[in-house]
Design a binder for this molecule. Structure first.
Ligand code: ASP
Ligand code: MG
Length: 412
């Protein structure tokens, strides 16, 4: 008998009818001979609605009370789901985070799970019940309710799968799985059958939204096989698994892009110890996340410092840097908000050289200028003018033959 954890997101349980459809689906799986744990998110839009109410009362709401409030959405979902199962003449029981004993630290609205009690769930499963658990929430040692950060239900599901040693964790969502790139940009985008944890981590941090990044790290740590699939069809989705389980890895598995960053250059700063600290300390003190950083070498003891920040922080960053520029006697601060970051990701890069240079050739063939480049072991990112994003994504998708299935590709 397999133990399966299934997680359904807000759109999958957005209406009473949808909850009943999910219940039917779960019952079928149980009747095939599986033990079922079902993690649910709040009904679509509910968490936003609750946060909106809080913000209308207190500009910066008290975080403990915020958790008390926003954890309620999931309580509604699991109760209705358990009723829907019973209405279909099967047995279910709903549990909140504290009833399961999902213990977290005390960081309200962004708590981390420390431990999970398996006993109570196990007992209910032994009685043949479908056990449904409220996603996104936990409890501190003091008994206060916490939440895990937006999108945290994915993490609840993976954590339960790890704690109960489930055979699989299935994340149901409104897309069919993880795609080689955004199908809205590239019509040849293909659903990926298998992807490694590391690749999924890169894709998630580079902007792929299908799986929450904290859930992927947790899955990697406890080696939980995760199956991302559609609520509305029965097709197999994407398996996120250990690298060793994938027989033949692609050189490049996925291409992502982000239009959410802006570039800033601080020109002709003294090339001496302390300059970078003077530039980046006030930026980080302001809570602004810097992504790529490039420092040029220059003649005459001066250098340029170029980096990217989120577009939403661009104006604040420019204000800060214009002040810093005076202090460190930089020539000027320039910026560009019309940029995009395009990245290729693949574990195959670990053992193959020349992937970055192939990418550069493709960019040059399309006449696209690269303003910045950064690499990791399994990723190459380039910053280009925003208007070339779609062209770049399609050209890379073609050149690395991502429309073909999981076979090793040789690049010529
Ligand atoms: N309901 C929470 C949110 O909207 C958690 C989740 O859906 O994963 O962020
Ligand atoms: Mg989600």
């Amino acid at each position: 008998m397999a133990l399966i954890v299934q997680k359904f997101g807000g759109t999958s349980v957005g209406t009473i009818e949808k909850i009943a459809a999910v219940a039917k689906r779960v019952i079928e799986r149980q009747q095939e001979g599986n033990r079922m744990i079902v993690v649910l998110s709040a009904m679509a839009g509910e968490t936003d609605r609750l946060i909106g109410m809080a913000n209308s009362i207190q500009r910066i709401p008290d975080l403990r009370e915020m958790d008390m409030l926003i954890s309620s959405g999931e309580q509604v979902s699991v109760a209705l789901f358990a009723m829907a199962v019973k209405a279909a003449s099967y047995d279910a029981v709903s549990l909140l985070g504290d009833q399961v004993a999902i213990r977290t630290d005390q960081k309200h609205t962004r708590a981390r799970i420390g431990s999970i009690g398996a006993e109570r769930i196990q007992a209910y499963l032994d009685q043949g019940k479908i056990v449904t658990v409220a996603g996104f929430q936990g409890v501190t040692d003091q008994g206060d309710i916490t939440t895990l950060g937006r999108g945290g239900s994915d993490t609840t599901a993976v954590a339960l799968a790890a704690a109960l040693k489930a055979d699989a964790c299935e994340i149901f969502t409104d897309v069919e799985g993880v795609f080689t790139t955004d199908p809205g940009v590239c019509s040849k985008a293909r659903k990926i059958d298998y992807i490694s944890y590391d690749e999924m981590l890169e894709l998630a941090s580079l902007g792929a939204k299908v799986l929450d990044i904290r859930a992927v790290s947790m899955a990697k740590r406890f080696k939980v096989p995760v199956h991302v699939r559609s609520t509305f069809t029965n097709t197999i989705g994407t398996w996120v698994v250990d690298e060793e389980k994938i027989m033949e890895s692609m050189l490049v598995s996925g291409i992502t892009y982000s239009k959410k960053e802006a570039r800033i250059t601080v020109k002709k700063v003294p090339d001496q110890p302390g300059t970078a600290a003077k530039i980046f300390l006030p930026i980080s003190d302001a809570g602004i996340l810097v992504d790529m950083i490039i420092q040029n070498t220059h003649d005459g003891g001066l250098t340029d410092m170029t980096f990217t920040v989120p577009k939403s922080d661009y104006d604040r960053a420019m204000d800060i840097l214009n002040k810093v520029a005076v202090e460190i006697q930089a020539e000027e601060v320039t910026g560009d908000q019309e940029i995009a970051k395009v990245s290729i990701v693949g574990v195959g890069m670990r053992n193959h050289s020349g992937i970055a240079s192939t990418m550069f050739q493709i960019m040059s063939k399309e006449g696209i200028n690269m303003m910045m480049v950064s690499t990791s072991e399994i990723k190459v990112s380039v910053v280009i003018a925003e208007k070339y994003t779609e062209l770049a994504v399609r050209a890379l998708h073609d050149a690395f033959a991502l429309d073909k299935n999981n076979m090793p590709q040789e690049v010529d």
